[in-house]
Design a binder for this molecule. Structure first.
Ligand code: DAH
Length: 327
């Protein structure tokens, strides 16, 4: 009987190591430990064991049974663990920190500028970046021989198509499609084939403004830009005009704003402006006796770089997350 038990145990433990599915494991369990299994099958032999030997054989029987049961349990755990599609879930383990995206510094600047002009009642207009010479030059009273039309300073694309070199094109597009009065800003990309360096890039952003109303003066223009400067740069900000020339405004001025740079308030040139030239209204078909207007154009990168202390315009467009994350 003892020898039979040992053989049974050896057979069972050897067989079980080859099993790799829960189904085959279950068949194994039935054939060894089941009610008609091999272990139960040798029970009748007990009656042939002598009285003295019975305790020892009974003890051995229990040992074999326990050994098979624990072999079954551990093999079952192995198979269940390896066939499981995912590792056991530890809900107390710290997670992977989510990467938060953020607005690009230029987008942030545009949003800030738009917000301030929005509060002053300006709505936002858009125009195409691929333009024609009529909207980029002719309609803005820029004559054929004007130096701004030099092929060296523009991305001409064949025919009269070009990448717009200024957002002043949107003034024309808005006036073509909308009767006065008008009060818009237009923000977007412009393109000029400048050699890239710390202050030049072949693509940059401008914020254009256009107001058309029955009576508009330089005072309206300056006070609007003054309000903008105060809201955007802070209470101590100021605006200064210097006489200048643009073909589409008369009179025209360069706009300087006093803003805080590295702790001190300094004058910085940030754009151009003026009263809409009557020749522009004439071209559009607006009545110069009924309507007047002001316009301005501000450089977004300049505003952003000064406000945030960025020394090189190229950093804005290299998409280096280590740089962009700072803002
Ligand atoms: N378009 C001009 C430029 O790119 C900027 C500008 C000047 C826009 C005067 C205006 C303006 O609307 O009135 O240099």
């Amino acid at each position: 009987m003892l020898a039979t038990l040992t053989t049974l145990q050896e057979d069972a433990l050897q067989e079980i190591t080859a099993l790799d599915s829960l189904e085959s494991l279950e068949s194994w369990r039935i054939s060894y430990l089941g009610s008609k299994g091999r272990l139960k099958g040798i029970m009748p032999l007990m009656k042939d064991v002598s009285k003295e030997d019975k305790p020892a054989v009974g003890k051995r029987l229990n040992e074999v049974k326990t050994a098979l049961e624990s072999a079954f349990d551990s093999r079952k755990a192995d198979i269940a663990g390896s066939s499981s599609p995912r590792p056991p879930l530890d809900i107390t383990e710290p997670g992977v920190e989510a990467q938060h995206g953020r607005r690009h510094i230029i987008t942030k600047t545009i949003d800030g500028i738009t917000e301030v002009f929005g509060r002053m009642g300006f709505s936002v207009a858009y125009g195409p970046e691929v333009e024609d010479e009529y909207h980029n030059f002719n309609a803005l009273n820029i004559p054929e021989d004007h130096p701004a039309r030099d092929p060296i300073d523009n991305f001409f694309m064949g025919g009269d198509r070009m990448l717009r070199s200024q957002t002043s094109t949107v003034q024309i597009r808005v006036m073509e499609s909308t009767p006065p009065p008008i009060k818009i800003i237009a923000v977007g990309r412009v393109y000029r084939p400048d050699t890239h360096d710390a202050t030049h890039f072949s693509m940059f952003h401008q914020c254009e403004g256009l107001l058309v109303a029955p009576k508009v003066s330089m005072v309206d223009l300056k006070s609007t830009l003054f309000q903008f400067a105060k809201s955007y740069f802070g209470e101590e900000a100021e605006v200064r005009f210097r006489p200048s020339f643009f073909p589409f405004t008369e009179p025209s001025a360069e706009v300087d704003m006093k803003m805080k740079i590295k702790g001190t308030w300094q004058w910085v040139e940030i754009g151009g402006c003026g009263l809409v030239d009557p020749k522009v209204f004439e071209e559009i078909g607006y009545d110069n006796n009924k309507w007047q207007g002001f316009a301005f154009g501000l450089g977004i990168e300049r505003v952003a770089m000064l406000k945030y202390g960025i020394q090189d315009i190229r950093w804005l467009f290299e998409n280096d997350a280590r740089f962009l994350r700072q803002f």
